[in-house]
Design a protein around this ligand. Sequence first.
Ligand code: SF4
Length: 370
Amino acid sequence: MTVNPDETFYASCALKLTRWYEQNRRDLPWRRTRDPYAILVSELMLQQTQVERVKSYFVRWMERFPTFASLAAASEEEIISLWQGLGYYSRARSLHKSAQMLVSDGQETLPADPKYLARLPGLGPYTVGAVCSIAFDLPVPAVDGNVRRVFSRLLDLDADPVKKAGAAVIAQTAESILKHGTPHILTQAFMELGATVCLPNTEPHCDQCPVADFCASFAHGTQMQRPAAALRTKINRRLGAALLIGSSSGGWLIRRRPKGGLWEDFYEIPWLYGSENEDFAGCLERLREQLSSPCPCRDSGIEETLKFTRWQVRVRLYYAPIPAQIPAGIELADTEKMLAQPMPAGIKRLVERALEKVNENQLDLFAPRL
Ligand code: SF4
């Protein structure tokens, strides 16, 4: 049962959240600045990536590219190499393109203009809201998954918060609270509450919540039913096979990912993922066919899971010797060159673990076996 908030609700939430945030905020590197560029970098890094992982990347990035001008002047290879390990590389490319657009527009940094920001590559309504509110103190809401959950519970929202009607209620409520306080504090308070107290997939810590007195879900005992079920994402799980093709004395087959797709211009060892219900053996068979190679293989026993927003692929690695004829689109690289290439993080982990086993020299992994 959705409740309709009033002015007293907005003002009380703003006051309680401000006090709570000032006493409980985590000390994170991007919270020591209000520089719009730094805020944008942190927000893009934090999308799909955990806070602990982002910390060191953020510090390194800001040391190497302290301004939009320094970022605009860098090569894409350098940018991708610094981003490597964070995944979702389109975020790094968008940041680079935004820096180049700002420089060509004669802007030294981001202007406090939501319409201008919305035209920059890769900046959706959430990121625009985060930069406007945190850097410029404008009452523009930034609604991500955490904030959706907090407001779905606070209002006991029975609509899907991703669909138009539910999203509008949340945006309007968040904006009204921002207008009753200091936007740069309140936006971060919403995020912090969702990350540390009003947690997903478990009982929220309502006993520690500054707005429990006004929370409709808490009053109705419906916390675990909010957000409405339609929001929960179904994860597609598949299996996959990868081949480390080479020799114990060095020399490996790698390929460059095609233009225009996921991980554009990255390198990888040959791999693929299966259709629904396809097992590792089926995936391996198709991979061998794809490479037009007899590729006698050995099972390494090594697996890694590649995680995407709606997909998880568990990939098993196999060893194979280099065939007499190297398949089209594949290059030969020594170990140093292979490891220096930007690779999707999960594939890189597979390669590193496989090389460890090769170095241990437990068995002749590349001896032909039919
Ligand atoms: S009272 Fe509980 S459910 Fe409501 S906002 Fe706080 S933590 Fe979330």
